[in-house]
Design a protein around this ligand. Structure first.
Ligand code: PAF
Length: 286
């Protein structure tokens, strides 16, 4: 029995462009799955979705410093690129792009991207630097890979809205695909940050999706949103979460607010803390 060939890894933009350029000259379509590594089944679902839609799939693996504030978990964010490469290879990926920070942000780098619209509020309030950093790195990845399709998880629903917005605003010729959240057997959304949780915290974390589902059902039955949101935040505290940044029911299309009750397709979104770990989740209402 022979081992499968290991997944090719590009560490420089020049190497990435040489490989992707070769595919394009052969007339092959290209999909991109941007990741920060520490891959789990949720990421692999995105890779499979990209592989279903395109001939060649690139997964980027880069813990992007510009989307972390100084006090956040950049230093302890899990990094395991060898294992990531094996998982990607099994999921149908053709190339992992894993640049060093210096390759993405060389000395003298001086450009930023300002985002508004769906970037405002929710995660934008709690992590004001994040979506500018995401827009910057994703725009760079789009320019470096020049994919036909890019796949993002609905787990980061607000991020998906922000990406759709800047792709539209900047006329980027890339189809953005949102892929449903993968969950464990208890409904906990898969996340690289789940690795931080102790056994006790994991048991509490698994209550999050149930609280959101119940709140969503009440909102879709016509109950006033304010009360549903505050009851859900209280239920999370009762379940053992240390604090709740937000529980919010918003328009699914653009994350705009409702006046009173849900009267259009909606999404319920939440962020809450367990010890030093901040978890986010969201789901369709109704
Ligand atoms: O969702 C993530 O993992 C990151 O925000 C992304 C899109 C890879 C940009 O660094």
């Amino acid at each position: 029995m022979t081992d499968a060939a290991p997944l090719p890894v590009a560490r420089t933009v020049a190497n990435l462009r040489a490989i992707v350029g070769d595919w394009k000259r052969q007339g092959l379509s290209v999909g991109l799955v941007p990741t920060m590594g520490a891959l789990h089944e949720g990421h692999l679902t995105l890779v499979r979705e990209a592989a279903r839609r395109t001939d060649r799939v690139v997964a980027s693996n880069f813990v992007n410093p510009t989307q972390f504030a100084a006090h956040e978990d950049l230093g302890r964010y899990p990094r395991r690129q060898d294992e990531d490469a094996r998982l990607l290879e099994g999921a149908g990926c053709h190339l992992m792009f894993a640049p060093a920070a210096q390759e993405m942000y060389p000395d003298g780098f001086a450009t930023s991207i300002a985002v508004a619209g769906p970037a405002l509020g929710l995660e934008g309030d709690a992590r004001p630097q994040m979506f500018g950093g995401v827009a910057l790195v994703v725009t760079k990845l789009f320019n470096q890979v020049q994919p036909d399709v890019a796949v993002f998880g609905e787990k980061d629903y607000q991020q998906l809205m922000v990406v759709r917005q800047f792709v539209r605003d900047l006329d980027l010729p890339i189809q953005i695909v949102g892929s449903p959240t993968e969950r464990d057997g208890w409904g906990l959304a898969l996340s690289s940050r789940n690795a931080y949780l102790s056994e006790d915290e994991l048991a509490i974390a698994r209550r999050l999706n149930g609280v959101l589902a119940e709140a969503g059902a009440r909102a879709s039955a016509g109950e006033p949103i304010d009360g549903v949101e505050s009851d859900a935040a209280e239920a999370l505290l009762q379940a053992g979460f240390a604090s709740v940044d937000y529980v919010a029911i918003r328009r699914a299309e653009d994350l705009g607010s409702f006046a009173g009750v849900v009267d259009a397709p909606a999404r319920i979104l939440a962020a809450a803390w367990l010890g030093k770990t901040r978890l986010i989740d969201n789901m369709a209402v109704g």
